[in-house]
Ligand binder design. Structure first.
Ligand SMILES: [Fe+2]
Length: 204
């Protein structure tokens, strides 16, 4: 099957002023599209049949060696961006529920302390990559960062929430000021989505 670029659950300008229309448009229609196209090309050339990008990323050992780096890069890029867009939302929907707050506060002293830890990891990440809140195999929450397009699914984690810290995610508006992008992110997190993912991961 060929993968398709998902339609965003909001308009390109819906996340203004935190996330500008021009960046969201090019990030989705150019960068995410390129990962989608390159993943399809790799699978077609390698004659790999799959039903989901998740199963590819969870079972990289079953991907032919000659194709594996392309699946890590473009399959990861395809999945990570889908995952990122889903956990964004216009600002008026961004309050964590009591359930989510209580789960987070099992691992961090407060929800604000969690936000600080996540932000610090995102700021400290060197080069291109992602920061994820993940559920471990032991069903505990952790914050991890991954390089390039490495997906937590390939590392045995269930991803719950993410921020893209590649420069292409913020450079048009924020240039080198990654800290401002991270700070803006907290105004556009879709906590409904984050909670749904956490409940789903906890129940597996
Ligand atoms: Fe990106």
């Amino acid at each position: 099957m060929a993968f398709t670029l998902p339609t965003l659950p909001f308009a390109y300008d819906a996340l203004e002023p935190w996330y500008d229309e021009a960046t969201v448009r090019v990030h989705h229609s150019k960068h995410h599209q390129a990962y989608t196209d390159n993943l399809n090309k790799a699978l077609e050339e390698g004659k790999v049949e799959t039903t989901s990008v998740e199963s590819l990323l969870k079972n990289l050992d079953s991907v032919p060696m000659a194709l594996r780096t392309r699946v890590i890069n473009h399959g990861g890029g395809y999945f990570n961006h889908n995952f990122f867009w889903e956990n964004l939302s216009p600002a008026e929907k961004t309050t964590p529920s009591a359930f989510l707050k209580a789960e987070i506060e099992k691992y961090w002293p407060s929800f604000d302390a969690f936000k600080e830890a996540f932000s610090a990891k995102a700021l400290a990440h060197f080069g291109s990559g992602w920061v994820f809140l993940v559920l471990t195999k032991e069903k505990t929450l952790e914050i991890i960062d991954t390089h390039d397009q490495i997906c937590p699914l390939s590392l045995g984690y269930e991803p719950i929430m993410t921020i893209d810290v590649w420069e292409h995610a913020y450079y048009l508006k924020y240039q080198n000021r990654r800290a401002e992008w991270i700070s803006a992110f907290w105004n556009i997190v879709n906590y409904e989505c984050v909670e749904k993912r956490l409940k789903n991961a906890l129940s597996k």
